[in-house]
Write a protein that binds this ligand. Structure first.
Ligand SMILES: Cc1cc2nc3c(=O)[nH]c(=O)nc-3n(C[C@H](O)[C@H](O)[C@H](O)COP(=O)(O)O)c2cc1C
Length: 447
């Protein structure tokens, strides 16, 4: 088997998913809605040989939502524009299975996969925020369990639709007047608990067969979904130990389902603080910590509980009893906050500082950051990372100072070996299910 390789994604987050990044004078205030900003970052990530760019998304905001989320471009439209301006880097977009129809989604990501010549990926999410329901004609958000049941069936249908045509379905033989070999077009005729979809989809497969499936969701149900369908996960791990625990747990769940765990790439989010020296980086991190507003941190921690209002509680009393508050939102994260707050006897203020910001083990000089990345990779807490990209200086330091160290250590590529997302991630091209069904059992056994 080929040597295990580190993977890097760049989450393009414009003016930032936190409440402070937008204050950086080097960051354009309209970055989140400026296609020029996204294309520029994608090209820089491609020049640094990143595997992919990653676009997060969610269909609900409030006035307190963090700046990037308040005003941003829709992922598929955005990624199509990036596709036309890049040639190698993978393009992963987030789209919720709770408020779409599989036929639309199969068509959109299938199109992106053609537009990009085999570089598309879909990050499957079920959506945490309950308010999304009212943007789609529903009074109530789907229950957490229902969301995950729906997600499973949704992906099954989408993948079925992506196989509507076998790869040689279009002879386009002018002399015979034969455009389509009708035997190689397949209806899906799916009827399930949540969807009824006849098919076929009016779109053939791309050079990488099908878009790559990512997944983000941390509850037990979320992990089961990832173990069943994901080829990559966007993990929530914020420290080495929780990273290792998640990694082992997800891969064990996948193995129990008969899947090869090496074919699921675990990519936690990465928010490093990089400076010339460790001392300088520690000072920057300490200053950033001191400038955090408790009020904003309370909003962020509240987000896990469907924007529950924590401003009404005593900050220095023990973390409040939240029985009666909904866990139907970011359930995995909400349960973790409640559990850790009880175990570590945290006050609300301490919990807000622990969970209301993206904490990071990655503070130091480029050498320290690279060493920490290697520790997570070798220690099986990650197969790679999704770097959050906002401030220009931070991204430049990572590309220009950290990536070369990772390359010198043989952890990260110095050149792309292929030009599809699957080739970057070392994932096989999935065979068309109907072509496979035509093969004799002897042919399949010989593989
Ligand atoms: C690391 C991470 C990233 C996520 N990113 C998104 C996102 O971009 N958009 C979205 O609607 N939901 C996102 N989710 C939410 C999940 O899709 C899910 O709806 C929610 O967390 C509840 O599932 P859970 O309890 O399994 O975590 C993310 C979750 C995690 C853990």
């Amino acid at each position: 088997m080929a040597e295990r390789q580190l993977h890097l994604g760049a989450i393009l987050e414009g003016v930032g998913a936190d409440h402070n990044s937008w204050l950086d004078p080097d960051l354009r205030g309209d970055a989140s809605i400026d296609i020029g900003w996204y294309i520029e970052q994608a090209r820089l990530a491609e020049a640094a040989k990143f595997d992919l760019v990653f676009i997060v998304d969610s269909p609900y905001i409030t006035p307190d939502t963090a700046p990037h989320f308040l005003n941003r471009l829709e992922p598929l439209t955005l990624l199509s524009a990036i596709a036309a301006s890049t040639s190698r880097i993978g393009l992963v977009g987030t789209l919720t299975t709770s408020y779409w129809e599989p036929y639309n989604v199969a068509r959109q990501f299938g199109s992106l996969d053609h537009i990009s010549r085999g570089r598309a990926g879909w990050n499957v999410v079920t959506t945490g925020l309950e308010g999304a329901a009212r943007n789609y004609g529903r009074e109530e958000h789907f229950d957490h369990k229902v969301r995950y049941g729906r997600a499973r069936e949704f992906v099954e249908v989408v993948q079925g639709l992506w196989d509507s045509y076998e790869d040689d379905a279009f002879p386009r033989d002018r002399s015979q007047g034969l455009f389509l070999d009708k035997a190689k077009q397949h209806r899906l005729d799916h009827k399930g608990a949540h969807f009824a979809v006849a098919g076929p989809l009016a779109l053939s497969r791309s050079r990488q067969g099908q878009p790559v499936i990512f997944q983000a969701g941390d509850s037990s149900e979320g992990r089961n979904l990832g173990a069943a369908i994901a080829e990559g996960t966007f993990a929530a791990a914020q420290d080495f130990e929780s990273g290792r625990t998640y990694y082992a747990d997800l891969k064990a769940r996948a193995a129990a389902l008969g899947r090869n765990p090496d074919l699921i790439k675990v990519l936690p989010g990465l928010v490093p603080t990089i400076a010339e020296t460790d001392e300088e980086a520690q000072a920057i991190a300490a200053e950033a910590q001191a400038s955090l507003s408790t009020e904003k941190l309370l909003v962020q921690i509240g987000r896990a509980f469907n924007y529950h209002d924590f401003s009404t509680y005593d900050l220095d009393a023990p973390f409040p009893d939240l029985s009666g508050v909904t866990l139907n939102s970011y359930k995995g994260q909400a349960e973790r906050i409640i559990r850790v707050a009880a175990e570590d006897k945290l006050t609300l203020r301490q919990a807000a500082y622990r969970f209301g910001q993206w904490k990071s083990d990655f503070v130091g000089s480029p050498e320290t950051i690279a060493a920490e990345i290697e520790r997570w990779f070798v220690g099986r807490a990650a197969d790679g990372f999704n770097l959050r990209v906002t401030r220009p200086r931070d991204f430049a330091l990572f590309r220009e100072r950290v990536v070369p160290i990772l390359q010198a250590r043989g952890l990260f590529r110095t050149e792309y070996a292929g030009d599809t997302l699957r080739s970057h991630l070392g994932l096989p091209v999935p065979e068309n299910r109907h072509s496979r069904a035509r093969q004799s059992p002897q042919q399949i056994a010989a593989e």
